[in-house]
Ligand binder design. Sequence first.
Ligand SMILES: NC(=O)c1ccc[n+]([C@@H]2O[C@H](COP(=O)([O-])OP(=O)(O)OC[C@H]3O[C@@H](n4cnc5c(N)ncnc54)[C@H](O)[C@@H]3O)[C@@H](O)[C@H]2O)c1
Length: 265
Amino acid sequence: MLRTNPVDAVFHFAAKALIPESVANPGYFFDVNVASAIAFLETLRDFGVKRFVFSSSAAVYGNPKVVPIPEDHAKDPVNSYGETKLMLERVLRWYASAYGWTAVAFRYFNASGATSDAGENHRPETHIIPLLLEAVNGERPYFEIYGDDYHTPDGTCVRDYVHVSDIAASHLLALKMLPDAGFTAYNIGAGHGYSVREVISAVEEVTGSKVPVRVGKRRAGDPAVLCASPEKLKRELKWEPRHSELKNIIQTAWEWKMKSAAIAA
Ligand SMILES: NC(=O)c1ccc[n+]([C@@H]2O[C@H](COP(=O)([O-])OP(=O)(O)OC[C@H]3O[C@@H](n4cnc5c(N)ncnc54)[C@H](O)[C@@H]3O)[C@@H](O)[C@H]2O)c1
């Protein structure tokens, strides 16, 4: 690919990303997300590629001390997944200063929603919106809430959901607006959060069906609230979340799911 096509910039999305697996098997995560990624960076260097956009994560912050979380918040990951993202960010900072790279790390909060031809389908599925849609669609018996005794308005965890189309737009803006060498990190989130119960209600409204729900135990390491401050991204790259209204996220995910099921039938 690099030999046959001139490559101007790279978007690096590939990673191991299942948090429980990262806790149980950190060596594998450091190998894939850090060691293999550095080998990849070195290959890019051999081919003279100097613009790099990295999918980082809100997991670099760990348990937030301030919400909404700004980019300069302390970084204290609580799982090896977040640690690998932070390590690669640091590696990129050095590539930028030593090799003149323009490197951008986007710290995604909860990436969600779908376009007409691409949506979420992880195996195993661990993401809240596809799990809820599977429960509504009878593909799983119920949706489990991981704890409803958090210090939040309805007791369930609050998260910041950002539509994949808004994430994609930020990547294109990075290429357009960041011509100079250097490393920059940006949060990508809508800037406000929804509780698990609010997401359930929105799914019921969009699909017109009741979600079968059970309340289970808290999951280890789940902060009560994770919400981004996207102000830096708005200010510096003129980014605005245009698709990240919760109902639109769910509507697009549901439409994609129904379309995929119809194609498979
Ligand atoms: N989905 C989210 O909410 C979210 C939040 C924060 C960050 N991110 C990051 O965004 C990126 C994409 O997330 P996603 O949800 O689509 O994850 P995903 O797990 O669905 O996709 C990652 C893909 O990378 C592939 N991959 C892993 N290691 C590879 C390697 N060495 N070589 C080639 N392919 C490899 C995996 O097989 C998988 O298909 C990841 O880097 C993830 O860490 C996602």
